[in-house]
Write a protein that binds this ligand. Structure first.
Ligand code: BTN
Length: 326
């Protein structure tokens, strides 16, 4: 058995949040107690919080609801014939994993890859995305760019709207969007989107849309995040199943991607406005060494940010812009 399979088995055993003795775990996995100990350290490296009590054994600080393909598929209300998806355990980055897969096989638009943990989760502008095991959602979606790479900015904004609408459906209040595609709840970031683009020699282009959503961020890794953050478990009025929310996010995102392809960003402009945290507010744009100030006027039909200053309304486009309140 491969080491990664052993780790998965160990997590399965411990996911009930109860104590398991080193001996019983060793017997289940057919490994020595010393090897159990080594595996436990690996789990800690993946962001899991574990207690070790002599005479009792090992215990996770809380029960885990692991992602399960059957449960996600059974919970999906629409998209019975929707594109397939996969659930992986530990990956470097779900975007990179899906990118590699798309090079090897013909992929249906909307094919999605969920991961339990990422060891090199990537955020926008070269940042790291904190991705502990079994706590949050990390999913990447394959989507061809029928209009070429120009359509990518709009597409990522449409996905932001999909997430905001999905969170609101869970009874969560004060959901907000920050251009280009960060989702906030009560002014704290809960979700981010990273779109990777690829063009092929035949001229076709596709995107890998990576979505990270904090569901139940363990405190021990939350400290590593360098901005105000929250998670769904803190903000939702009732406890939500991880598999259920995975299914709903997938449905909402696929529906919006389809709508974006058919009707463009125009149908999302008003919907974006409903969540725009900066609408009509004074903002500061940071673009490397350059800064601009003005009043935020939402987005145009191509996904550019509109900012009004004394000379008029200007359009801003591009991934390297950072938007702040003034
Ligand atoms: C951001 O707000 O900076 C974007 C964060 C995107 C994180 C997701 S998690 C799934 C996918 N895989 C990655 O490595 N990154 C994206």
């Amino acid at each position: 058995m491969k080491q990664s399979q052993r780790l998965d088995q160990l997590i399965q055993q411990l996911s009930d949040g109860q104590f398991h003795s080193g001996q019983s775990l060793g017997e289940e996995l057919s490994i020595s107690r010393a090897a159990v100990n080594q595996h436990i350290h690996k789990l800690e490296e993946l962001g899991l919080e574990l207690f070790s009590v002599s005479g009792k054994g090992y215990k996770l600080s809380r029960q885990l609801e692991l992602l399960d393909k059957q449960t996600i598929a059974a919970t999906s209300e629409r998209f019975i014939h929707s594109p397939d998806f996969a659930v992986y355990s530990v990956v470097d980055s779900s975007n990179d994993e899906l990118k590699a897969l798309a090079q090897e096989q013909v992929m249906t638009p909307g094919y999605s890859l969920f991961a339990e943990a990422q060891t090199a989760g990537r955020g926008r502008r070269g940042k790291r995305w904190v991705s502990p095991f079994g706590s949050n959602l990390y999913v990447s979606v394959y989507w061809p760019l029928t209009e070429g790479i120009h359509g990518a900015m709009g597409l990522s904004l449409a996905v932001g709207v999909a997430l905001a609408e999905c969170f609101e459906k869970q009874g969560i209040e004060n959901v907000g969007l920050k251009w280009p595609n960060d989702v906030y709840i009560n002014d704290k970031k809960v979700s981010g989107i990273l779109v990777d683009l690829e063009t092929r020699t035949d001229g076709s282009a596709h995107s890998i849309i990576g979505i990270g959503i904090n569901l139940k961020m363990p405190e021990n890794v939350g400290h590593d995040i360098d901005q105000a953050w929250t998670d769904i478990s803190r903000e939702a009025p009732v406890a939500l199943s991880r598999n259920r929310i995975a299914a709903q996010v997938r449905e909402s995102v696929l529906a919006c991607l389809k709508q974006y392809d058919e009707q463009g960003l125009r149908v999302f402009q008003q919907r974006w406005r409903a969540y725009d945290r900066f609408w009509d507010k004074p903002v500061r744009l940071i673009m490397g060494q350059r800064e601009c100030i003005g009043t935020c006027r939402g987005i145009d039909e191509n996904g550019a940010l509109l900012v009004q200053d004394e000379t008029g309304v200007k359009r801003y486009f591009g991934g390297e812009i950072s938007l702040r309140s003034q």
